[in-house]
Design a protein around this ligand. Structure first.
Ligand code: AMP
Ligand code: MG
Length: 631
């Protein structure tokens, strides 16, 4: 390929508002600035190389590329985003093609120019841009990664003058071709300081270590940590993985909304009737006695009337019908005293002025947030979004979670069960719990109790996932080499938590080959693993997914006495039913051993007895966590 025919352009202009108004391109990342990573990847692919920037021009110049401040065509009053950089790049482009990339994409593919140029030439197009598709997802275009014929500057100027501000919008004015790349991560861009920190595996300045976070807890002792303090440390240490994708409305069910959904319209769009009846002027309602109204027209839902109702007139109207001009009140037909073809009568006092009218914007006013970022999308939300006319929804990309079980005694289903062996059940409960959270799951099976096997599994998991959940191997006795291996791979702490079941827990963040992942090392006992997942991993994973969804603890009356030691949190499996007086009543299920999974299956809730609580007497109120509806 003739790289000399392509000029490279790194888009480093913009306002960087999500980075807290800092200059994105100059943010430190893995020992250099972000823009340096981009330049290094782009340089071999192109001839001349330029950076479009509006601030810190000397710093950018020092990087050895030409620096182009925005130059907007006449008649473009406001800042038009990345297109401003493209306009400057095209204006200075001395080669037939210009390849633009954003400055916050340090992983861009090494064959970007080559593949875009091939597609552009094969299709005799004006512009070629990158796209990716994650398994099972729709195609995600990355229009800012584009190769353009330099001769298309006049079209860009015209698009900007006409008020166009979107890169994809401009592409649509041209002959464009989309080029599918396999590696979605190559186009991952970094938008926020949190993301930068999360992705920077070289322990960036300012990133807090686990011990720094833990030092905020007064009297911190890893060997005697309360549930609450462990939850606080985990919550502070994990970071959201911010990566947004647009999905079709139906596919957004259960996903985390990434941006507020702002209503572009009033819902309902017009004042309309809440009843089948007669629209009239509230001022005409009789103070006493009765009054007659002449029926002058009929309105059906979706078919408004052109008539303006005058004094003493009314319009027959169906539910949802647009209120005719002049009318502000609806008489439900069953409230009329008499109805004939062309008139009705009603008595004083049956309705008041303004009754049975829904106001425009009553459900949602144009410009207001219908749904706010961070919520997990439910069926009602699908309907709400549909009512605004949106076909697609911005959601967080699915969190990738790798998990495996450890233990020499474990066998997979289908294998013969030798003496002293057990089937691996944790892998299935963890699968179920992760699936309910809407994670993308990487099941890594069983890992033998050996340092080499564990290290290899952790590295693979780390390089492919945002978070890792393991079970087994963290209890005393088993823990020695687990600790060594985990600690060697990153910042991991081993806790003994004041709880039952599920005392041991490993938590932290590990690194491998430039990638990092949060690690939840759960205990091996089948009940302990579920309790630890629900009370430590669940909320942290949701937080990484950008969602805030605290555990829905409810109150119930204890049907019997429960023995409980103060000073630790106990989780008992319970069955909650509606008591005779309607108050929820909970009873503990049979055997409560931490290995007895049947107790979890039989239960429909967990009774949560907090640190400070002692024995519970029959009739006392306790906290419960219902399993139904838990995700
Ligand atoms: P550990 O934490 O590795 O000492 O395991 C504690 C107990 O849980 C032992 O009795 C293990 O056999 C059991 N266990 C560990 N992992 C699993 C698993 N994946 N499925 C079923 N039982 C397990
Ligand atoms: Mg084990």
């Amino acid at each position: 390929m003739d790289t000399g025919s392509i000029s490279g352009l790194v888009l480093a202009g913009g306002r960087g508002s999500r980075m807290g108004n800092v200059d994105k391109g100059l943010q430190p990342f893995r020992g250099a600035t972000m823009v340096e990573h981009v330049l290094a990847r782009l340089r071999p692919q192109v001839g001349p190389l330029a950076i479009s920037a509006n601030r810190n021009l000397d710093t950018y110049r020092a990087l050895g590329a030409m620096v182009l401040p925005d130059e907007l065509p006449d008649g473009v009053p406001d800042y038009p985003g990345p297109l401003a950089g493209l306009a400057a790049g095209l204006a200075h482009c001395a080669t037939p093609f210009l390849l633009a990339v954003p400055c916050d994409s340090p992983f861009l593919p090494p064959d970007l120019a080559q593949r875009l140029l091939a597609a552009l030439e094969d299709n005799d197009a004006d512009v070629a841009y990158a796209a990716t598709r994650e398994p099972g997802m729709r195609v995600q275009p990355h229009p800012v990664f584009c190769l353009v014929r330099a001769s298309r500057l006049p079209e860009l100027a015209a698009y900007l003058e006409g008020g166009g501000r979107r890169v994809d919008g401009w592409h649509r004015e041209l002959k464009s071709v989309e080029v599918l790349f396999e590696d979605g991560d190559a186009f991952r861009n970094i938008n926020t300081p949190e993301e930068l920190q999360l992705m920077d595996d070289t322990a960036p300045a300012g990133a807090q270590s686990l011990s720094q976070v833990a030092s905020c807890i007064s009297g911190y002792d890893p060997d005697a940590l309360s549930v609450r303090d462990a939850q606080r440390i985990i919550g502070q240490f994990v970071q959201p993985v911010r990566a947004v994708e647009m999905v079709a409305l139906r596919s957004s069910l259960g996903r985390v909304l990434a941006r507020d959904i702002v209503s572009p319209i009033n819902v309902p769009a017009h004042d309309n009737s809440a009843m089948d009846g007669y629209a009239l002027r509230g001022a005409d309602l009789p103070a006493d006695g009765s009054a007659s109204f002449k029926v002058v027209d009929t309105v059906y839902a979706g078919r408004p009337s052109a008539i303006i109702a005058g004094p003493g007139q009314c319009v027959r109207i169906m539910t949802g019908g647009v209120m005719p001009a002049g009318c502000d009140t609806v008489l439900p037909q069953e409230f009329a005293d008499s109805i004939s073809d062309d008139s009705i009568t009603l008595r004083a006092g049956v309705i008041r002025a303004g009754d049975n009218r829904r106001l425009a914007g009553e459900d949602l006013a144009a410009g207001s947030a219908a749904l706010t970022a961070g919520r997990v999308i439910r069926p009602a939300d699908l309907g709400l979004v549909a009512s605004l006319g949106f076909a697609e929804v911005p959601v967080q990309r699915r969190l990738r979670v790798a998990f495996f079980s450890t233990g020499d005694e474990l066998r997979s289903i289908g294998e013969p069960l030798g003496e002293g062996c057990v089937y691996d059940s944790n892998r299935y409960t963890i699968y179920g719990m992760l699936q309910r959270l809407g994670c993308e799951i990487i099941d890594m099976g069983i890992v033998r109790d050996s340092p080499q096997a564990l290290e290899e599994a952790l590295r693979t998991a780390c390089e492919n996932a945002d978070a890792i959940v393991t079970s087994g191997g963290v209890s005393v006795g088993a823990a020695d080499y687990t600790k060594q291996v985990m600690a060697q791979l990153g910042d991991v702490t081993f806790w003994k938590i004041g709880m039952r079941p599920g005392r041991p827990l490993a938590f932290g963040r590990i690194h491998s080959n430039g990638r990092s992942a949060f690690l939840f090392g759960l205990p091996g006992n089948p009940v302990a693993v579920m309790v630890s997942f629900y009370f430590f991993a669940r909320e942290a994973l949701l937080r990484m997914m950008g969602a805030e969804a605290p555990l829905p603890l409810l109150r119930a009356r204890s049907g019997g006495a429960i023995r409980k030691k103060a000073g630790r949190t106990e989780y008992q499996r319970g069955i909650v039913t509606r008591g005779e007086d309607g108050v929820p009543e909970v009873r503990i299920t049979g055997s409560q051993g931490s290995g007895i999974l049947r107790s979890m299956s039989e239960a429909n809730c967990m009774v949560v007895l907090h640190d400070e609580q002692g024995n519970v007497a029959a009739g006392d109120m306790v906290d419960i966590l219902p399993f139904e509806g838990l995700f």
